[in-house]
Design a protein around this ligand. Sequence first.
Ligand code: AMP
Ligand code: ZN
Length: 505
Amino acid sequence: MAEREFKLYDTMTRQVRPLQPLEPGHLKFYTCGPTVYSYAHIGNFRSFLAADLVARTARALGWRVSWVTNITDVGHLTQDDVADAGGEDRMEKALKSKEGERFANVWDLAEFYTRAYLEDWARLNLSEPTVRPKATQHVREQILMALALVERGNAYETPTGVYFDVESQPDYGKLSGNTRDKLQEAVRDVVLDENKRRQADFALWKKDDKHLMQWFSPWGWGFPGWHIECSAMARAYLGDTIDLHSGGEDNAFPHHECEIAQSEAFTGKPFANHWMHVRFLQVEGEKMAKSAGNFFTVRDLIGEGFDPIALRYALISVPYGKPMNFTIQLLRDAEGNVGRFREARRRAAGSALLPSSSGAAPPADAGGDSGAELAANLDRIYDEALEAMCHDLNTSVAIAKALEGVKAVLREPSLDGSMGEAAVRFLDQVEALLGICPVERDDAGACETALIDGRAIESWIDERTAAKSAKDFARADAIREKLASEGIELRDSPEGTTWSRKPKL
Ligand code: AMP
Ligand code: ZN
């Protein structure tokens, strides 16, 4: 049988084409992670979920997947859409803000939001990457790369930093179309640094001995530019050429363009063979903005009582390359469908190992023909779901197929013997591929109960304390009630808040 192809739209060649790992059957994949200056919002998670679905589909094909997704904890400036970013470091700015007051320092802030991100990642049932490096753990590699680029004449030092010379890479702009001749428009209003050769030259290193996160380099104290971190981390874990690189659509320019220029100038080899960009999520028809009141973090929605698996289901329901408008109604509809998966799980899990008639020992072919029939039907449906995922992650078709299978399971009046086994196998396959029907640890509660561990509780408590000091008592009460609904009791005292688990009745 011919191997199934896994096709994805490639931003570089502007076509849907097969993903072809350099080492057959082993995908080397890099995804740009979040800047941990605040809670990640559901738009960020649309991008991470698309990457998770790539990894899941590749694994379903039997590939080995080396998936690196980083944590940006330094160097990402506020004005990041221009050719050479300007403005303040996002981490420093967050520390100076009202929310930043509760942190001892910028490291503490980074640690807090990294933990929150990992909790949200687990709640939304994303699979674990192979490695999750932090930019601050790889400053040495970034400095060495910048140094080599200076030595080779691709970069130069000025009194303010080290800049990559875009003229030195003739194909600069090949990903985004912002080629050197068109760059005037792309650089727009960037502040002109008279020490730079060209406005579009971008920083590999910023000299700054006042910066809160600083390292010593051949150019004195300072911090790395944002783009160099991904080039350095991708190479450190995946080698000179990777098979696939992903991010949100805003990453294509300047971030990924700059990554390509640096990496290719450094190694003399292609950086990534396939580029994937996720369309931005809109909420209730608008760009997400705190001022528009449509800015949702994962924990906002879970805190309001929505099922995290339904949130995942809603966020992946529209294929990543299409514009997506998130609405609360979409989330409610997703809850209904996720309920069907849960119901099928409950019925199948309870019956898969039972004999087909009560009391009697199970016959060898328990379930008989109807079991084989259901199994064949579910195998076909799963195969169609996988086929849809292999066609540029067509999640809307794949989810429709998964629902078709679940309806077939729920139509069976009983799921004894091999019928139950076929149903469990199907649900496990759908879970591995789409992550929308995890096994619940106890029948009574949603998977959230299983995930609410001590770290998660403490971060909810931190959030409640912050809400109280900001006089947002409604939010503080909502958090207390949410935890109570999970069986967690809070006790406030002048020393702070402690928690305990209520015994289950
Ligand atoms: P950041 O934390 O800003 O570095 O963003 C993390 C990832 O989320 C990047 O890949 C962004 O491109 C992506 N992203 C940001 N906003 C959205 C959005 N509204 N929809 C989809 N992806 C987004
Ligand atoms: Zn990146």
